[in-house]
Design a protein around this ligand. Structure first.
Ligand code: F6R
Length: 607
């Protein structure tokens, strides 16, 4: 959702701000804006709609004057998407400008108070309250003012503030929403997301809750709410600038699909040593692991679908009951969770509001939290007991692919690690599984070769009104992911059903020509799947079947895509590839905005 950038240095700030706002577009937004400090006034340019509008308005930032500035991409929460509600927001006199990510929960109360003091508001946003409060409380010292204002705010925020009262600085502060400081040579930056500043620097500091940073062009000071100085070591980001660029591909989504072998290799290789899975990140002793009588997996969207796969894998291999829960539902159902429950939280961004809150709920109830997160230092990573990072690199396309796949590979690692500790996997089987896991990136590279065939199939069905996905067991979990991927980027209506459920109602939706993607990767379930495919075939469905190797029986029933045979545990990692490609090619043939589908944001930081 919303994105923040800021620059202070010796160059003109405008072109950098516009360029880095473009890097944040993937997060999802409906308006954008910048504010530059000319030294004598704050000049704001902002506009509803695509960043292109702001670019044209400012000649890509070149027509703006000033070496200090802040910028923002807004996802509307309080007040409709409009020019006036776009950030930055100015105080009444125009001396203070603010960009804000997050939500101020008590903004109405604060607005009423300031209005009663005669202050006139221009926008409907919660953010304007912050700019007005700063001006209201300002008595000559910005840090004192910010501390006073923060004391009035309830909610979450990352803020960038500039003022003509001290034109050579940017103030940055955060609570619950992420904000980083980029360190350059005679220039410094703020950003909500490291991808915004990767073109300038890889040297960063992460702000913690309630830390206030005062950036000048040649220094960064950080203080806490008691004005005590905080010293932070800078860290060097491992992500490379090329990972945040398309690198010759038409879309980030396609690039990220193709990057999956590398991402999985980087996630699993350092964690397999001498044929054993070693998860140094897990702080649980063997006795701790033995005491769990239940595993909860909490996540949203595709990450939740990984959780559904995990349920099948953990229950089969560990013989521990598993509940995969939508984080947004978990919080409101008084879940049965205690210190004998292990909670696994899955999130690419590490910032998803529902997932974060569900995690806190589980923790409050005594559960040990292991998170699987892609963004280093994100809130979920920091607030869980143990974090296992997926080394997928930055994922820019809104529709997740490589993050999903690396999350799956961490599930395999956990299954093997716990399986060994619990003594539930015979030694020979364990050895074979680890060996196959090490081969997984190579097998995925092989599966990616099906892309031309998938493109051909997509060309047959891209005009369809509805497309269904069916499967049993883990293939049902995969159907959920295939269906979500398709609908989110191609806008075709799609549903996923457990194949055995069809005849309990949903088969009535099948009519002449309805495409049905049938997943039949598990040998022992093929006879059942064949019956289900025949059921839909006789009602006129056009079936595309995804199965292992050349299965003659399935070939007779419709189109087929075959993946290589691997052990059951790893099948989802191969079978998901044609599903991702199918969604991609359909969306491409329909001319959709693949990387930034309508109404969607990359990280969903509101509940
Ligand atoms: C779908 C997709 C979303 C995310 C979901 C959770 O392609 O990307 O469904 O999986 O919004 O996001 P994270 O993983 O950041 O918590």
């Amino acid at each position: 959702m919303c994105g923040i950038v800021g620059y202070i240095g010796v160059e003109q700030a405008g072109p950098f701000l516009l360029d880095s706002l473009e890097k944040l577009e993937y997060r999802g937004y409906d308006s954008s804006g910048v504010c530059l400090n000319t030294g004598s006034e704050l000049v704001v340019k902002k506009a509803k709609g695509k960043l292109e509008v702001l670019k044209q308005m400012t000649d890509s930032g070149k027509s703006l004057n000033g070496t200090v500035g802040i910028g923002h991409t807004r996802w509307a929460t309080h007040g409709e998407p409009s020019d006036v509600n776009a950030h930055p927001h100015l105080s009444e006199s125009g001396r203070f400008a603010v960009v804000h990510n997050g939500i101020i929960e008590n903004y109405q109360e604060l607005k009423d108070y300031l209005t009663s003091k005669g202050i006139v508001f221009r926008s409907e946003t919660d953010t304007e309250v912050i700019a007005q409060l700063i001006e209201y409380y300002y008595k000559g010292d910005m840090i004192d003012t910010i501390i006073r204002v923060l004391g009035k705010l309830d909610g979450s925020y990352a803020l960038g503030v500039i003022t003509i009262e001290s034109p050579d600085e940017i103030i940055a502060v955060r609570k619950e929403s992420p904000l980083i400081i980029g360190l350059g040579n005679n220039e410094n930056y703020i950003a909500s997301d490291v991808t915004a500043i990767l073109s300038k620097t890889k040297k960063i500091c992460r702000l913690e809750n309630n830390e206030i940073a005062i950036l000048k062009k040649d220094s960064v000071r950080i203080v806490n709410l008691d004005r005590e100085e905080i010293h932070k070591e800078a860290e060097i980001v491992s992500w490379d600038i090329s990972s945040a660029q398309k690198g010759g591909y038409e879309h980030f989504m396609f690039k990220e699909i193709m990057e999956q072998p590398k991402a999985i290799s980087e996630t699993i290789t350092p964690r397999i040593k001498n044929g054993r899975v070693v998860l140094d990140e897990i702080s649980l002793s063997d006795d701790d692991i033995k005491k769990f009588n239940k595993i909860n997996v909490l996540a949203c969207g595709s990450a939740y679908h990984v959780g559904v796969v995990a349920k099948y894998i953990f229950e089969k291999m560990l013989r521990i009951p598993v509940e995969a829960d939508l984080a947004s539902e978990f919080r409101y159902r008084d879940p049965i969770v205690n210190d004998k429950t292990l909670t696994i939280v899955i999130s690419q961004s590490g910032e998803t509001a529902d997932t974060k809150e569900a995690m806190k709920e589980a923790r409050r109830r005594g559960s040990h939290i292991i998170s699987i997160v892609n963004v280093v230092g994100s809130a979920i990573a920091v607030e869980s007991n143990d974090v296992i990072y997926t080394w997928a690199g930055p994922e820019i396309a809104v529709a997740t692919t490589k993050a999903y796949s690396t999350q799956l590979s961490v599930i395999y690692l956990i299954a093997l690690y716990f399986g060994e500790k619990l003594g539930r996997i015979p030694a020979a089987e364990y050895k074979a599984l680890v060996n196959e896991l090490e081969q997984l990136p190579r097998k995925i590279t092989q599966v990616l070769e099906c892309k031309e065939r998938v493109q051909y199939l997509a060309s047959k069905y891209f005009n369809s009104k509805d497309i269904f996905f069916i499967g049993r067991n883990i293939d049902y979990a995969l159907s959920l992911e295939g269906s979500l991927k398709l609908k989110e980027i191609s806008y075709i209506h799609s549903e996923a059903y457990a194949a055995g459920e069809l005849k309990h109602g949903t088969i009535s939706l099948i009519e002449d020509g309805t495409p049905v993607i049938a997943l039949a990767t598990h040998e022992e379930l093929i006879p059942k799947m064949v019956s289900n495919i025949e059921e839909v075939n006789t009602r006129g469905a056009q079936v595309i079947c995804i199965a292992c190797d050349d299965h003659p029986e399935l070939k007779k029933l419709g189109e087929t895509i075959f993946i290589p045979k691997v052990c059951d545990m790893l099948l989802p990692s191969l079978a998901v590839i044609p599903l991702q490609l199918f969604a991609y090619y359909i969306a491409s043939l329909k001319g959709c905005d693949i990387d930034k589908p309508r109404n969607l944001a990359k990280s969903v930081t509101v509940e």
